[in-house]
Design a protein around this ligand. Structure first.
Ligand SMILES: [Zn+2]
Ligand SMILES: [Zn+2]
Length: 421
């Protein structure tokens, strides 16, 4: 009988398999890039994924999870626990400006508007990487102590208005159950780091993202007779400034950073009419659940009090968005040496928090989860000035894909080995 595999023995097997699958990972990524699909519409992408998993002999391949998601189960040849790996599949309503042979010219309706569609957040890379991991692990399944669950998730960038979707819906449909998942890993490529660099952080990594909508109702009047009405534009302007005192005056900024941004200020149709109503919309970001709640309270109070002071009526709606992405401290501590071994110690670093948000946070609320960044800006370019994720000029150096395959496969194998009991 052979001696049991050590993580190091498996490393070389993973590296060899990753080398072999790399050209196909690149090809999948380009194919998905050229055929991007918006949230809850990832029909073609999901079929590509499901066909691939079936061809690899997966034990089960479940389609149409949370509309267009795919959940694949790969049972290893040895007894052990269940670990999950997650990739998101959706693109964004962005018209691509990068001149590559596989440039996207796709168009689609997004919330009723006709728009270009682009994988401007790199989810094409995430999907291709996880397809590569599936192939690598399927090729060594006899040596795997436990089960790997592959979560191909739709609509991470939020579903269209009026639809459910994403991680929350996949969980509600049981993607973490039978077999029950004990830990989950995910990655996100990012142009703010050089290719192959792994960025991680224990505890809060990405922010919560909640929306507020404010309606201020005044009394319409002639622009030349403001005393005959109540001007919601002036009151709205005071509200904008008032909201800026929440972070600067009310939050303990030594604890965690936070953000309140007004992104919509709509009102009026003509220069000489003071309108009845204005609408404000904005986003609130926090890295601490307590502060998140406080910010919401402050927004409500400031809007209501300023409106009352000016004689206007206020309505405030708070729409809770994604929760804070919190990396499980012990799982993070455990993951770092694995990443260093696979990607090279010099390529793994603690990074700053990011004020974006992720619904990977939903999985982390159910089971310990670790989410990390993978740099995708070529080493001869300046990552500090590279077009960011969501830009029409977002560019992925495909050299990063193999690092993604090796680290995800390595984390899954090592975790199963360390927890096989
Ligand atoms: Zn994004
Ligand atoms: Zn993303």
């Amino acid at each position: 009988m052979n001696a049991p595999d050590t993580p190091f023995a498996l490393d070389s097997a993973v590296a060899q398999a990753a080398d072999k699958v790399e050209p196909r990972v690149v090809a999948w990524r380009r194919d998905i890039h050229q055929n991007p699909e918006l949230g809850n519409r990832e029909v073609r992408t999901a079929k590509l994924v499901a066909d691939h998993l079936r061809a690899l002999g997966f034990d089960s391949v479940q389609e149409k999870v949370a509309h267009t998601g795919v959940v694949g189960v790969l049972k290893g040849g040895l007894p052990g626990p269940v670990v999950a790996l997650r990739a998101d599949m959706d693109a964004l309503p962005v018209a691509e400006e990068v001149d590559v042979p596989f440039k996207s010219t796709a168009r689609a309706k997004w919330n009723g508007m006709d728009c270009g569609v682009m994988h401007a957040c790199g989810h094409d890379a995430h999907t291709a990487i996880l397809m590569g991991v599936a192939e690598v692990l399927a090729g060594m399944r006899a040596r795997i102590p436990g089960t790997v669950k592959f979560l191909f998730q739709p609509a991470e960038e939020t579903p269209p208005v009026g639809e459910e979707g994403g991680a929350k819906m996949m969980i509600a449909e049981g993607c973490l159950k039978s077999p029950d998942v004990a830990a989950v890993f995910g990655l996100h490529i990012s142009s703010i780091y050089p290719t192959g660099m792994i960025g991680y952080r224990s505890g809060p990594l990405l922010a919560s993202a909640d929306r507020f909508r404010v309606f201020l109702r005044g009394v319409q009047t002639h622009g030349a007779m403001p005393w005959r009405g109540i001007d919601p534009i002036v009151i709205g302007s005071q509200v904008v400034l008032g909201l800026q005192t929440i972070v600067s005056r009310r939050m303990d900024i030594t604890k965690e950073p936070s953000i309140v941004t007004v992104g919509v200020f709509q009102g009026g149709v003509r220069q000489n009419i003071i309108p009845d109503e204005v609408k404000l919309e904005g986003t609130m970001r926090a890295f601490d659940e307590g502060q998140r709640g406080e910010i919401q309270e402050h927004v409500k109070r400031i809007v209501e009090m300023i409106a009352a002071a000016g004689g206007a009526k206020a309505q405030v709606f708070i729409d809770r968005g994604y929760d804070i992405t919190v990396n499980h401290p012990q799982l993070t501590e455990w993951s770092v040496p694995v990443l260093q071994r696979i990607a090279g110690e010099g390529n793994v670093a603690v990074v700053d928090k990011i004020c974006g948000s992720e619904d990977f946070s939903c999985f982390q609320q159910q089971v310990p989860g670790f989410f990390y960044f993978l740099g995708c800006t070529a080493r001869d370019k300046d990552a500090a000035t590279a077009a960011p994720n969501h830009s029409p000029r977002f560019y992925v150096d495909e050299e990063c894909l193999k690092v993604g395959v090796m680290t995800m496969a390595g984390l899954a194998l090592d975790w199963l080995d360390a927890n096989k009991g």
